[in-house]
Design a protein around this ligand. Structure first.
Ligand SMILES: O=C(O)c1ccc[n+]([C@@H]2O[C@H](COP(=O)([O-])O)[C@@H](O)[C@H]2O)c1
Ligand SMILES: Cc1cc2nc[nH]c2cc1C
Length: 362
C-alpha cells in the first residue's frame, strides 16, 4: 500500500525558483529611481523587491489578506510541558471567534480577514444541537488532539496526509494573494522544538524554551521530556516522518496551506516559533517555499533565533513578543503594505524633477 503521506506529496520539489533576473533588475532599478538616496529605505526595499518577485510584477498590490489561525491540541501536553492546561486551546478559539483575542483586535485594526481552522481541538465547536456553521470558523478536524508523542507517533501517516490535504483545500478556497499564518495549541512549542532539533541537528536543550511561561526548572524538565521523545522516535528522520512523530494537526494542516499558498504565488507571512518550524518542514520538501515567505518577527521563544539563522532569514520585527496566534504577522502587515505603496506610488527623480546624486549624472 502506498504511504499516504508521500503519496499526496511528490518528494521531488515542484515549485519554480523565483530568481527571475530580469524582473529583479527592473524592480531594483525602479527602487533606485525613487526620490530617495539609493538604498535609504533599507529592509523595506528588500521587502518590496521580494513581494514584486512573488507577485511577478513591478507594481505589486496586496489583495484581500487572509489570516488563518490553525488550532489543535497535543497529546504531549499531558506531560507537563506547558504552563497552561489544554482547555485553553478551545477557550482561546472561542475568544478568537468572539473577537476579543489579540489577533482578533489586530486583524480588525488592519482589515485582515480572520479564519480559525479547527484542525484537531479537543472540543466540539459545532455541537449537533447548535448551528451547522459559525462565522470565521472552518472545521477540518482530524481528531480531538494528537496522540502522546512520549509513547507513540503523534499522528498516523493517513492523518498527516489528510491534514495536509485539508490545508491545501482551505487555501484553495481563500481569495487574495496573501496568507498570514497563526496557530493556537497548548503544547505546540514542544512540537516545534522537537522538529527543530530533529531537522537541524541542534541539541534539544538549545531548542527548548518557556513557551507560555514555564520557569527555568520547568523548562529543564520540559527539555528532559523532549529528549526522551526524540529517543523514542529515533527513526523519524525525514521531514514528514518527523512531523508525524512530533507535530500537531494544526501544524500538518498549516504545512499543506503553506505549500498551496506557495504554489499559487501568494505572499506568506510567517508568525513566530511554531509557524517557522512548519516552514522549516515545508522548506525541506520544497526549498523555493522560502522565497515566498516574509518572516514577521523574532519571537522571544528560545530556539526561534537559531531557527531563523538556520533558514538564513531575517525577520522584520524584534519586539520580544512570544504570543503566537498570528499576532506578529498582523503587526508586520503594514510594513508589507508600505513596501508595495513605495514601489507603486513614490515619484521617481525624473517624474518629480529632483536632481540625482552628482556621481550618477556624469
Ligand atoms: O509563536 C511563538 O513564538 C510562541 C511562543 C510561545 C508560545 N506560543 C503560543 O503558546 C502556545 C504554546 O505554548 P506551550 O507552552 O503550551 O507549548 C501556543 O498556543 C502558541 O500560540 C507561541
Ligand atoms: C492565554 C493564551 C493565549 C494564547 N494565544 C496563543 N497562545 C496562547 C496561549 C495562552 C495560554
Amino acid at each position: 500500500m502506498p504511504n499516504p503521506v508521500t503519496a499526496t506529496h511528490s518528494l521531488s520539489p515542484m515549485l519554480p525558483d523565483l530568481s527571475n533576473a530580469d524582473l529583479r533588475a527592473k524592480l531594483q532599478q525602479r527602487l533606485d529611481q525613487k526620490t530617495k538616496p539609493v538604498g535609504s529605505l533599507g529592509v523595506l526595499e528588500a521587502l518590496a523587491l521580494q513581494i514584486g518577485l512573488i507577485l511577478q510584477t513591478e507594481t505589486p498590490s496586496l489583495q484581500q489578506p487572509q489570516l488563518v489561525v490553525f488550532a489543535g491540541d497535543h497529546g504531549l501536553a499531558a506531560r507537563g510541558v506547558s504552563a497552561y492546561p489544554s482547555d485553553v486551546t478551545w477557550q482561546m478559539v472561542e475568544n478568537f471567534l468572539a473577537g476579543g483575542a489579540c489577533v482578533s483586535v489586530l486583524a480588525r485594526q488592519h482589515g485582515l480577514a480572520l479564519t480559525v481552522a479547527d484542525c484537531g481541538v479537543r472540543h466540539d465547536f459545532l455541537p449537533p444541537d447548535g448551528p451547522a456553521e459559525r462565522a470565521g470558523l472552518v472545521v477540518c478536524k482530524i481528531a480531538p488532539g494528537t496522540a502522546d508523542a512520549f509513547v507513540e507517533e503523534a499522528m498516523s501517516a493517513a492523518q498527516c496526509a489528510q491534514a495536509m490535504a485539508n490545508g491545501r483545500a482551505l487555501v484553495q478556497r481563500l481569495p487574495g494573494n496573501v496568507l498570514l499564518l497563526g496557530e493556537m495549541g497548548i503544547g505546540n512549542t514542544s512540537a516545534a522544538s522537537l522538529l527543530q532539533a530533529r531537522l537541524t541537528g541542534l541539541d534539544i536543550a538549545e531548542c527548548t524554551g518557556s513557551g507560555t511561561g514555564l520557569d527555568a526548572a520547568a523548562v529543564a524538565r520540559k527539555a528532559q521530556v523532549l529528549r526522551a521523545v526524540l529517543l523514542r522516535h529515533e527513526a523519524a528522520t525525514t521531514p514528514l516522518a518527523a512531523l508525524q512523530a512530533f507535530g500537531g494537526f494544526e501544524m500538518a494542516t498549516m504545512l499543506g496551506a503553506v505549500l498551496e499558498a506557495a504554489a499559487t504565488n501568494r505572499v506568506i507571512v510567517v508568525d513566530g516559533f511554531i509557524t517557522t518550524a512548519v516552514v522549516l518542514v515545508a522548506h525541506r520538501l520544497e526549498p523555493a517555499v522560502l522565497q515566498r515567505c516574509v518572516f514577521s518577527h523574532r519571537s522571544g521563544e528560545a530556539g526561534h533565533a537559531a531557527l531563523l539563522r538556520h533558514l538564513g532569514v531575517s525577520p522584520l520585527l524584534d519586539l520580544g513578543l512570544r504570543l503566537g496566534e498570528g499576532s506578529a504577522a498582523a503587526l508586520a502587515w503594514p510594513l508589507l503594505q508600505s513596501a508595495c505603496v513605495v514601489l507603486r506610488e513614490m515619484a521617481s527623480f525624473a517624474s518629480a524633477g529632483v536632481s540625482q546624486k552628482a556621481s550618477d549624472t556624469h
